[in-house]
Design a protein around this ligand. Structure first.
Ligand SMILES: [Cu+2]
Length: 82
């Protein structure tokens, strides 16, 4: 699972995802099976990928999930602030 599964950062922040295991991807989206922006294809540790949060004018949530394990609850959200 993502740890932490939630964090709060300003827009324009580079967030790094670090793999601790095998067979995980990261995509933006809130509905399992409906990927948005692709942050990383399925990869295995050691691996990392970065995502730059969008610049926003109001608080905006950016949900994300792992495609193979979304149904198991492998998902999270970045709370982006102006
Ligand atoms: Cu996974």
């Amino acid at each position: 699972m993502f740890s932490p599964s939630e964090l709060t950062v300003k827009g324009g922040t580079v967030v790094t995802f670090q793999w601790a295991g095998s067979g995980h991807s990261v995509v933006v989206g809130s509905i399992c099976g409906t990927p948005g922006q692709r942050i990383a294809n399925i990869s295995s540790a050691p691996f990392s990928a970065t995502f730059t949060t969008p610049t926003v004018t109001t608080n905006t949530d950016v949900p994300f999930f792992c495609e193979p394990h979304c149904g198991l609850g492998m998902k999270g959200v970045i709370h982006v602030t102006p």
